[in-house]
Design a protein around this ligand. Structure first.
Ligand code: GLY
Length: 231
């Protein structure tokens, strides 16, 4: 409801990773009925909240603050329809500005906050070990720590990211033993790699983000190790 339903990205999975081949195809309409969420196991619902929290981090500090104090949410929480609507507004606005993710800086790629790490974690752990949203939650914490190291957000803000994800019943670090080198290899294969360079989305405080192609690999390694990757 807050991510793949909006923006027209369609993709198929390859042996090398998820969604590596795809096309843009916009739907005529999208319907989001929160009653449908009552059919989800709690773990799947929480996984969706990772993408909700991501929207607050990239574009709406007030939304993030609300999510800090309103946790965990459930399918029938009175605030949920408004929160979903706000995420859709944010995503639709980002996609309208850069539908095909061709902007040299920022643009649609900002929606990938936490995903450079998260997709690699998902692939190396074996699909299904972590739900997508769980891997994104771990990736959001790694991205927050990386952003702190690069001076883009404070350590307190990175801690707030971890606490908020945990409050929404999400993991904030790896609970399986994943080799650092294999995660790095998967990150190099990611579709967000441009011109052979790893592309990260960094938090700019809370409520704004930027893309960066010049992140030293050593800094990414430190974020991975802090998140539980094994050297
Ligand atoms: N899920 C990220 C995007 O639609 O671009």
């Amino acid at each position: 409801m807050v991510d793949s339903s909006v923006g027209g990205k369609t993709g198929i999975n390859l042996a090398a990773g998820k969604n590596l081949v795809g096309n843009f195809h916009q739907p005529t309409a999208v319907f989001a009925d929160t009653a449908l969420l009552s059919t989800l196991p709690a773990r799947e619902f929480a996984a969706g909240m990772a993408e909700v929290i991501k929207h607050g981090l990239i574009a709406d500090r007030a939304l993030f603050t609300e999510l800090q104090t309103t946790a965990p949410l459930a399918w029938n929480h009175p605030l949920l329809p408004r929160i979903i609507r706000r995420c859709v507004e944010i995503k639709a606005g980002v996609v309208a500005g850069d539908e095909r993710e061709t902007s040299a800086h920022g643009g649609r790629a900002l929606l990938n906050l936490g995903h450079t790490f998260g997709h690699a974690v998902e692939a190396i752990a074996g699909y299904g070990t972590y739900l997508h949203g769980e891997a994104v939650a771990i990736g959001l914490v790694m991205a927050a720590r990386l952003s702190t190291e690069l001076g883009r957000c404070t350590a307190d803000e990175a801690d707030a990211v971890a606490h908020t994800l945990a409050a929404h019943q999400l993991p904030t670090r790896l609970h399986t033993s994943l080799p650092l080198e294999r995660i790095l290899e998967a990150m190099r294969r990611d579709k967000k790699v441009r011109g052979g360079k790893l592309r990260f989305v960094l938090q700019e405080g809370i409520g704004a983000a930027s893309t960066a192609d010049d992140v030293p690999e050593a800094a990414a390694v430190r974020a991975l190790l802090a998140g539980g990757a094994v050297a």
